[in-house]
Write a protein that binds this ligand. Sequence first.
Ligand SMILES: Cc1cc2nc3c(=O)[nH]c(=O)nc-3n(C[C@H](O)[C@H](O)[C@H](O)COP(=O)(O)O)c2cc1C
Length: 402
Amino acid sequence: MREASRLRLVVGVSGGIAAYKAVGAIRAFVMDGHDVQVVATQAAYEFVGKSTLEAISHNPVFDSLYDDVSQVRHVALGQNADAIVIAPATAHTLAGIVAGLAPDLLGNAVLARRGPLVVAPAMHTEMWQNAATVHNVAVLRERGVVVVDPASGPLTGNDSGVGRMAEVHSIVSATYAAVGRSARDLAGVRILITGGGTREALDPVRFIGNSSSGRQAVALAEAARVRGASVHFVAGHMDVEPPSGIDITRAGTAELMRSAVLERLDDTDVLIMAAAVADYRPAQMSSTKLKKNSLGSNPTIELVENPDILAEAARHPRCLVIGFAAETAVNDAELLSLARHKASSKGAAAIVANRVNSGRGIGTDDNDVIVVSGDGRELGRSSGEKLSVAQSILDVVLHLRG
Ligand SMILES: Cc1cc2nc3c(=O)[nH]c(=O)nc-3n(C[C@H](O)[C@H](O)[C@H](O)COP(=O)(O)O)c2cc1C
């Protein structure tokens, strides 16, 4: 299992003499137990070899925008990184970031990032003090980018002055401080998240299912991991890939999901049941494919009730259990009342209710939720992209844990 303190870092190496010193920073991050993905610009290879970067980082180095396009790496790298650190950052790379340019993989990762960006500029004094660079560095600071100032000392030629890349330990500690600033407030908390929908088989090829995509659950898992939680994900059937770098158990039916959840509860501090679990399943599954005319002219399917995983899990003496309720309410008042009813009937610490007839919620990228406590108090509302809704739900988790 990933440790809560293990960070996913993208280290960008751009094309300056100090690129050889990037090796020291990468090594320091790896020695501290972090997962380091190096992204090199083409110019970086004029100064440091790909093999060195790969051996030191224990990962292949990425440098091409158009390799493995199916991985959508140009976006995924930035999205999944707890922080991006560019060391050294050339004058050219700094200018590109300020302008929002994305000519290469590093530029794309920077634009798509969700976590902090740390840059360690390195260049000759004249370049560092040039009005364009001074302006660019000021803009970056204004935007919240952490700039690890270069030091003074001998430069590449016979000259000396300000412009040497900061020492490795300064870059490393600035990175840790930047990540801490993005609130690792769930460090050490063990969170179990279910996501996607279950499918209850009628025969070997047909099933009763639902259109849950798993997106909200994946957003919760990603946000919880970045905030330091140790996350285990129980995946039903999903339209999206489960989050990478997180322990995953596949559970495609309600009964499999029940076992996957209940057997982990003793090792779980918080359970968030975002999966859409079928309430009923066919009483019998045919072992052969049902033929069109074999069921008569007016066929019916006999259903039996599935286990109520949420209610069962909510009886656990120590685990904080949060359920989801997808409701076709006409307005917020009705949604609130349905959520209160579900919260009290299940015994969960909180219910996250979303309207599924508003064009949001199931299968979409955004969501609109009301969170209600087990005793019916409204704990919060959130709407927007699922990642931002996930952060609000995790804020409620923190609040409930006191
Ligand atoms: C020998 C040599 C050393 C260089 N050192 C630096 C440097 O320390 N800092 C810098 O900003 N640019 C330096 N450059 C210029 C960059 O390599 C150049 O601007 C390049 O376009 C940067 O590309 P990148 O930012 O995509 O990596 C150097 C160029 C040469 C030829």
